[in-house]
Design a protein around this ligand. Structure first.
Ligand code: IVH
Length: 679
């Protein structure tokens, strides 16, 4: 009997601990995914998750459906079920000029009692897809896409995987949560996630998404929630319907933020249409620097009573409309197509353009993705083409200006042979990619080596693509480990290599041995292991030795590492030639371990809020962020009075200006790294 009681006690204690952990984890997910201002390190978060999973595994019957461990649950289904929206999901009309906005304002006033004062709320128009989230007593019970506005698709299992969407609402102090809430907002894919996803897809020979919106839609409408979970989607709430709605739309937005949703920090209440027009001009500057795509601004009547009087015409409310910014485009000549073999053997076409200015930079190359893209746009050499920035970042050929064809344009020749080794190329089944069939194509090794020595990887100065090519051609190196046994007399044999440059090169190679495991892991070019994942792995395992014995499950339990990455790492590490390479690198004296800088109160960044902006010379954004977080700094996406430091790289825009205006200390990368090390 006494023993039974003992068990009962442990059980109660364990369950209480689990509940405490859930609370902690939820709060930290909120800080990380919603506020973009984490207070703990990833490793600390992971530890809590691991412990929670452990307890839950012991008491599987006591795991609540909204536990943070249950975001990716459920199995793939064969189709989405239909759901009827509680209230229709309206769409928005469009306006394209200040005149049309004034006409909208006139129509609004015309629809209201004479002399009504109208206040507007201005918001970014997020380029994603609309979703309705239903919360009953504070718990997410259903999520649906817009569909035709009346009936949408039930995407609850997928939406649950989006970490910025609370499964359980925060209950603001002194407020009771409405029993039923219908939260409307936009599911979107941040730009960096979009670029990463496309890179991955190109490597795998899958078709790329044309823009972040398509990528978000494609990712949300997946029958397998696991796939959605791997796609880094996010959500902005912008509308509260029905019971929960406040008298003012701006108050609803504030309530949504209190409930734990991400609400755009760029919304603004304005007094009149002049101020609305000014917002649209100001926001056009600001939006370039945002981490996500916006295609316009939305103007909404703030007073919900006035909204009701105005009502809707068909699918569009009379109280709101969307202002669409003109897409930035430029016309130029497509001079040639350059087919390059990447690290995975895929041939990628790039358009060589007559240089032209676009959104503030000079563009001379544009991505053509693959053969299908070229054919579907009927692109020919010598064509005049319109280009724009896809996802507002990478230039892309939008269309051919066929009106300007002279007849002298030439059909594009799709390569039948690898431009590198001359082996035949192939296109398999449904794949959009053309691949070189030579498993030993020199391009693979070459591109891999170029990546290995690159700035973001081992950062071997003076070892650019031309030196790598020369070393390969001379037979002096075959893989990365060979770099470390190069002798001066070997290097001197290379063309245009003098004493001085040879010494410098060898010194740079030797210096790179001191790079820690995170750099090396990234440098190896393992599929799906970017700089951030590499650092996460290095932080988690601390040494190559420990990583070599890791199993896929163990890897997949780590935050930001899904099953796909885990599988890829484990497979790579199991290949004998890769193991051999590791051994030779270790024998050459490379650092095969990682020591994270301890988060200590002595570090100048401890407890400080940092904002990164612009392109830094060597550090990637994600990497810099993790480094800062490791020493106890908070990293935020936007500059405010609370910001302690702004670390600015090249082409830093509005954030830098704001920092200067607020008198926030601005550092460059070198200063940041120095302070980080406590120098
Ligand atoms: S309000 C009745 N606000 O734009 C209110 N929509 O072109 C309806 N969108 O279907 C929507 N950002 O998917 C609203 N801040 C924002 C928005 C927004 C993006 C999307 C939404 C809508 C589409 C209309």
């Amino acid at each position: 009997m006494a023993e039974m009681d003992l068990f009962a006690d442990t059980r109660a204690e364990d369950l209480a601990e689990a509940e405490r952990l859930r609370k902690e984890i939820r709060h930290n997910e909120y800080l990380y995914y919603v506020l973009d201002a984490p207070e703990i390190t990833d490793a600390e978060y992971d530890r809590m998750m691991v412990r929670l999973r452990e307890i839950e595994a012991e008491y599987p019957d006591s795991v609540p459906a909204d536990s943070p461990t249950q975001r990716v649950g459920g199995r793939a289904s064969s189709q989405f079920t239909e759901v009827r929206h509680l209230e229709p999901l309206l769409s928005l009309g469009n306006v394209f000029s200040a005149e049309e906005l004034r006409a909208f304002d006139e129509r609004v006033k015309g629809g209201l009692p004479e002399g009504s004062r109208v206040e507007y709320v201005m918001e970014p128009k997020i380029d994603g897809l609309a979703c309705s989230l239903i919360y009953e007593n504070g718990r997410l019970v259903r999520a649906a896409t817009r569909g035709d506005g009346t009936v949408g698709e039930n995407v609850t299992a997928n939406v649950r995987t989006i970490r910025s969407i609370p499964l359980v609402l925060k209950a603001p102090e002194g407020e009771t949560l409405p029993e039923l809430l219908d939260v409307r907002g936009e599911v979107y894919m941040p730009r960096h996630a979009f670029m990463q996803l496309n890179e991955q897809r190109a490597e795998r020979g899958e078709s790329e998404f044309a823009n972040p919106r398509n990528a978000a839609a494609g990712s949300l409408r997946q029958l397998d929630p696991q796939v959605t979970a791997s796609r880094s989607l996010s959500f902005f709430a912008y509308y509260l319907v029905g019971e929960g709605a406040r008298e003012k739309h701006s108050e609803s937005l504030a309530a949504l933020a209190r409930y734990g949703f991400k609400v755009s920090e760029n919304y603004k209440v304005v007094e009149n249409i002049d101020a609305a027009i000014k917002y649209i001009a100001d926001f056009n500057e600001l939006r370039q620097g945002l981490a996500y795509d916006t295609d316009g601004a939305v103007i909404k009547v703030n007073d919900v009573y006035q909204q009701r009087i105005l009502g809707a015409t068909g699918k569009d409310p009379r109280w709101a409309t969307a202002y669409k910014y003109p897409p930035e485009q430029a016309e130029t000549t497509l001079e040639d197509i350059d087919w390059r073999v990447g690290r995975t053997g895929v041939l990628t076409p790039t358009a060589v353009l007559t240089p032209v200015k676009l959104s503030g930079s000079v563009v001379s190359r544009a991505t053509l993705h693959n053969e299908d893209f070229i054919r579907s746009k009927d692109i020919r050499i010598g064509d005049r083409v319109l280009i724009n920035k896809a996802g507002e970042i990478i230039p892309e050929v939008l269309r051919v200006v066929t009106e300007k064809r002279t007849g002298a344009e030439k059909e594009v020749e799709i390569p039948t042979k690898c431009p590198d080794c001359g082996w035949s190329v192939e296109r398999k089944g449904a794949e959009a990619a053309i691949r070189c069939t030579n498993p030993h194509c020199p391009a693979l090794g070459r591109e891999g080596l170029i990546h290995f020595v690159s700035r973001e990887a081992m950062n071997i100065e003076g070892c650019g693509p031309s030196v790598i090519n020369a070393l390969l051609d001379a037979g002096l190196v075959r893989d990365a480990a060979d770099l470390y046994s190069l002798k001066k007399e070997d290097v001197l044999k290379l063309e245009r290599m003098g004493e001085k440059s040879a010494d410098k090169l060898l010194a740079a190679i030797a210096a790179s041995k001191a790079n820690e495991l995170d750099k090396l892991l990234f440098a190896l070019g393992i599929r799906h292991v970017g700089a951030k994942v590499a650092r996460t792995l290095a932080v988690e395992f601390g040494s190559m030795e420990a990583l070599l014995t890791a199993e896929a499950d163990q890897l997949a339990a780590i935050r930001d590492i899904g099953a796909v990455i885990a599988e890829s790492v484990v497979t790579w590490l199991s290949v004998p030639t890769n193991r051999d390479l590791m051994e030779r690198l270790a024998a050459a004296g490379l650092t095969m371990t990682f020591t994270a800088p301890a988060s200590s109160e002595d570090n100048p960044f401890f407890g400080k809020t940092l904002v990164f902006t612009g392109t830094m010379p060597t550090l990637g954004r994600a990497e810099a962020k993790t480094m800062a977080q490791d020493v106890g700094a908070k990293v935020s996406g936007s500059v405010s009075k609370k910001t302690d430091y702004v670390i600015a790289g090249a082409e830093a825009g509005s954030k830098l200006e704001k920092a200067q205006a607020l008198g926030v200390t601005v550092l460059d990368e070198a200063e940041f790294l120095k302070m980080l090390k406590g120098e």
